[in-house]
Design a protein around this ligand. Structure first.
Ligand code: A5P
Length: 229
């Protein structure tokens, strides 16, 4: 008898993307995140597009994918409230606090998440951590404040690096830059998110503690685990 080979990371992403469909409220507008896991969710959503009214998207990339699949995308300003927001994470801890922004979409992700009653995080097992901070913390900043903010992180023991794309500073969908900060052990995500939010020039810090997950659908070797917080 042959042992079945373990699912690949891509297959786990497909599984959790499909599993998120069960949180969709028929006739509603769906909040949609950004990233390779969310792309699987968008593909699954296309299969039930007749059952939803529209989507609100957290990035130009997700908007393009949604529209290409025939899903109407509304501006966040047109929507007062969403029942659910579905997005991935770069890290998630045991309380549903996350680090996000590996795809540079953190600001719009936080905005759309804040409109939703429920945040459904979809992730493969590699994203689960005991303490946030292993993944470099993304921070979207106003370019003229980047060096000052980098020095503030240095005072906390972090090393901030400007994210580049093709040798040039990456420019976000909002026209700003991203610092990636290594060396932080984030033992109190709520307090650190609040503190960094006060620094002049910070647009968004990639700690999602005030905007944490309500549910995480985690792709594991044993199938999809549902974690609630
Ligand atoms: C996008 O800015 C991020 O917050 C993503 O949610 C995160 O990087 C997860 O992306 P993957 O699903 O591609 O790992």
């Amino acid at each position: 008898m042959t042992t079945p080979s373990p699912l690949t990371q891509d297959e786990l992403k497909t599984l959790v993307g499909q599993a998120a469909l069960r949180y969709i409220v028929p006739g509603d507008i769906v909040g949609v995140g950004t990233g390779s896991t969310v792309n699987k969710f968008i593909d699954a959503l296309a299969g039930i597009k007749d059952q939803i009214r529209a989507a609100v998207s957290s990035s130009v990339a997700s908007t393009q994918r949604l529209q290409a699949l025939g899903i109407t995308v509304l501006d966040a300003n047109e929507v007062e409230q969403l029942s659910v927001y579905v997005d991935g994470a770069d890290e998630i801890d045991g309380s549903g606090h996350m680090v996000k922004g590996g795809g540079a979409a953190l600001t719009r992700e936080k905005i759309v998440a804040s409109l939703a009653q429920r945040f459904v995080c979809i992730a493969d097992e590699s994203k689960r951590v005991a303490t946030l901070g292993r993944f470099p913390l993304p921070v979207e900043v106003i370019p003229m404040a980047a060096q000052h903010i980098a020095r503030r992180f240095a005072a906390l023991g972090g090393q901030a690096t400007l994210r580049l794309q093709d040798g040039q500073p990456l420019v976000t969908d909002n026209g700003q830059h991203i610092l990636d900060v290594t060396g932080l052990t984030i033992t109190d995500p709520l307090a650190l998110e609040s503190a960094i939010n006060q620094w002049p020039g910070v647009v968004t810090v990639g700690i999602f503690a005030h905007q944490k997950a309500t549910v995480c659908l985690l792709g594991t070797a044993h199938g999809v685990e549902t974690l609630t917080y």
